[in-house]
Write a protein that binds this ligand. Structure first.
Ligand code: ADP
Ligand code: MG
Length: 355
């Protein structure tokens, strides 16, 4: 029995059945100190903070792939880094399989860090250039005492097979591989630790389209074979569609819509989601030519987010109320979550006289 299975079996009160939330994020807030520019110093401006994440709410079910999308700068990487404890959060909670992640220390934190693995866009920096693939995976297996030394060759062969790298590649070093192959090595090393959750932050964004498709297929296959829970982060909606059961759309540090993937693509309810879909016209041939209807204007500074709905300065349908009152993330009639006054009104959740 793997260590993961053991820990779950030993703690039935914290276990969750398939489909139940494995990871629950509540009101997660993270700010960064922003260094003052010379102008700020001259003007005596106080030190300002970057609001990277503000009261983020989401949950990921066991065995699910949740896509997380949003323009660059929306807080996706900060969210990933907070989830694996690379950042200390300002406030809010992260619960993983019943564990309070923010409070984990010592051995419990190390166990958690094994269960939730990040895989990187270019693992080149994290792969030792002098170590062969075999040595890289063997090191992960031995540092974390995954298996006895005599079982390592068979484990390494199985991991290489999982990511479709030929066993003959085991004796080669990182520079002998293409970018896509290096990602497979990074994934094999992550899988060596028998995680139950993978967080892929812009994993395939920099790859050629054909290689992207192969990686997406590999992730789909791994997710099914190993019953992994996956957070798949991308700024490009096209990439998340085929992989994700549900998609969370982030805007300026908040989740603004969270829905089943097909519902989101067929009928986006938040104007920002609609703008993102319009920005990718090749998704739907009937929308071709509407690329200019892509998100208007620039992402506002997270140092000074707009009042009311943060999207209102760029929203084609914003009304006066949107400029003043921040919409909560509410459950719409079809079960999805959205933070838009107009969507809530359309569904009769708010009296339009309130607007
Ligand atoms: N370590 C940091 N220090 C200061 N600001 C940061 C840091 N990391 C991220 N930010 C800021 O937080 C915001 C969100 O960034 P990030 O999470 O990287 O967004 P995304 O991954 O969606 O592109 C950005 O404005 C970014 O400049
Ligand atoms: Mg990022």
């Amino acid at each position: 029995m793997s260590a993961v299975a053991q820990s779950t079996a030993n703690a039935p009160e914290t276990g969750s059945a398939p489909g139940e939330p494995l990871l629950v994020v509540r009101k997660l807030t993270k700010t960064f100190a922003r260094s003052r520019s010379l102008m700020d110093l001259v003007k005596g401006e106080p030190r300002r903070r970057v609001h990277a994440l503000t009261e983020v709410d989401l949950s990921v079910r066991r065995g699910e792939t949740l896509g997380i999308v949003g323009e660059s700068g929306c807080g996706k990487s900060t969210l990933a880094r907070c989830l694996v404890r690379l950042h200390r959060v300002d406030s809010g909670s992260v619960t993983y399989d019943g564990l309070d992640v923010v409070a984990l220390r010592g051995a419990a934190l190390r166990r958690f860090n094994r269960r939730v693995q990040m895989v990187f866009q270019d693992p080149y920096g994290s792969l030792n250039p002098r170590m062969t693939v075999r040595a890289t995976i063997a090191e992960a297996l031995s540092v974390h005492r995954i298996c006895p030394r005599r079982e390592m060759p068979a484990r390494i062969a199985a991991l290489m097979d999982l990511v479709h790298l030929p066993l003959s590649a085991a004796g080669r070093r990182p520079h002998e591989f293409s970018g896509g192959q290096r990602q497979r090595i990074g994934i094999a090393r992550a899988l060596a630790l028998e995680p139950d959750c993978l967080i892929a932050d812009e994993l395939v964004s920099a790859l050629d389209v054909s290689v992207q498709a192969q990686m997406v297929n590999l992730l789909l296959e791994l997710q099914e074979r190993l019953h992994l829970t996956v957070l798949f982060i991308a700024h490009d909606l096209r990439l998340v569609r085929h992989l994700s059961h549900r998609v969370a759309v982030m805007y300026l540090g908040r989740v603004v819509e969270l829905a089943e993937t097909e519902a989101l693509f067929a009928h986006p309810r938040h104007p920002y989601t609609r703008a993102l879909l319009d920005a990718a016209p090749e998704l739907d041939p009937s929308r071709r030519g509407s690329a200019e209807a892509a998100v208007r204007g620039e992402l506002p500074s997270p140092v000074n987010p707009p009042p009311g709905c943060a999207f209102h300065p760029r929203c084609p349908v914003a009304i006066e109320y949107c400029r003043r009152v921040r919409p909560e993330l509410v459950r719409l009639r079809d079960g999805r979550l959205a933070a838009c006054h107009l969507a809530a009104t359309e569904d009769g959740l708010v009296q339009s006289t309130e607007l």
